[in-house]
Design a protein around this ligand. Structure first.
Ligand SMILES: *Cc1c(COP(=O)(O)O)cnc(C)c1O
Length: 350
């Protein structure tokens, strides 16, 4: 008799390590924005609570209609998901058969290898350049007959580096048309460099480009779980087919629309964070740290073996950062939080 057991390959599944939350400590570990919901968003959430005995709209029609108008894309080109993490997994489920390859830079977003393996696809990791950016030439060279999808995180999590319009355009033109290029733009709203493209523009001209966006970062709704994809109609439809029914809850849908209504106010907050980011990076570089130029709401410390000591040092000062094997990622917080962090970073060098 066969015995009941989970898939044996789950033993080798990398674990998603969430940023730690410690009472009384300052969390700079998960790339959240520091501000809570705006009063208008809070009011929409409160009102939506009255209907939670009903199932949500599984097609998120109102939100998709709103996004279609804002982005000037057909509604058929939109799919909504329970966070863009979920859309990453749905994309692989939608285009990869067992053993097909999903490629991404490494290190990049830690969900990519997990969702790839869960969906029975083969992860292909391409090392970053020595300047911590995506190595597009190496990624092109790694394409095989089995490659179905390439995640391109722009700006890259956790290094903050960006690809310019020309770099991306050249890459997309060189990728075979049967391979889906997924532009993950989770941090787009923090970008201040005018050479960084809006990925949605590529979806207007290329059937094999999909863009992922989220309400978790700039829009401040990480706790409610909602993101969206823009892609050609057939890919967007496939995303809706593999969607777990009702997984984007009603409160999230309403909060996302209220946040779009408040976009001006929220984007002004993002500009403040981007300004703080540049201030923090300049200060760190002045102390002698190597910090790649970042366009996201975090800075990357490629500290290698000193990473664990750095994270411990910060924790001793009640500052939670996010260590990886190669380095530490630190989210930009309020100006006061950033000052505390800068003082601690100076002390680490002593
Ligand atoms: C945070 C993040 C996301 C968004 O995740 P959600 O599931 O929408 O909260 C997607 N991609 C990257 C690269 C991220 O860092």
């Amino acid at each position: 008799m066969p015995s009941l057991a989970p898939r044996p390959d789950l033993d080798s599944l990398p674990k998603y390590v969430p940023g730690r939350t410690i009472q009384g400590a300052i969390k700079l570990a998960s790339n959240e924005v520091p501000g809570g919901p705006l009063p208008s968003v809070r009011a929409a959430i409160t009102e939506a609570m009255g209907d939670v005995n009903r199932y949500p709209d599984s097609g998120s029609h109102a939100l998709r209609e709103r996004l279609a108008a804002d982005l000037d894309v057909p509604i058929e080109h939109l799919a909504v998901g329970c966070g863009s993490v979920s859309l990453c997994q749905q994309l692989i489920q939608a285009v990869c058969g067992p053993g097909d390859e999903a490629m991404f830079a490494w290190r990049s977003f830690e969900a990519y290898p997990i969702v790839t393996q869960v969906a029975h696809a083969q992860p292909v990791k391409v090392p970053l350049t020595s300047s911590h950016g995506l190595d597009l030439d190496a990624m092109l060279a790694a394409i095989t007959d089995r490659t179905k999808l390439i995640f391109v995180c722009n700006p890259n999590n956790p290094t903050g580096t960006v690809l310019t319009h020309d770099e991306l355009a050249r890459f997309i033109d060189a990728v075979p048309s049967h391979v889906l290029v997924v532009l993950d733009e989770a941090y787009k709203e923090f970008v201040t460099d005018a050479d960084v493209p809006d990925g949605v523009e590529f979806t207007r001209t290329h059937q094999n480009v999909a863009v992922l966006r989220t309400f978790s970062k700039a829009y401040g709704l990480a706790g409610l779980r909602v993101g969206y994809a823009v892609a050609c109609a057939s890919i967007a439809e496939a995303l809706r087919q593999v969607y777990v029914a009702f997984s984007v809850n009603a409160i999230a849908q309403v909060a996302a629309m209220a946040s779009l209504d408040a976009a001006d106010e929220l984007m002004a907050r993002c500009r403040e964070i981007s300004g703080e980011r540049d201030r923090v990076r300049t200060a760190l570089v002045g102390m002698g740290y190597e910090i790649p130029v970042t366009q996201a709401n975090f800075v990357w410390f490629p500290l290698g073996e000193r990473t664990a000591a750095f994270a411990e040092h910060m924790l001793d000062r009640k500052l939670i950062v996010r260590p990886f094997p190669e380095g530490a990622r630190v989210t930009i917080g309020t100006p006061e939080e950033n000052d505390l962090f800068l003082t601690a970073a100076q002390e680490f060098l002593a």
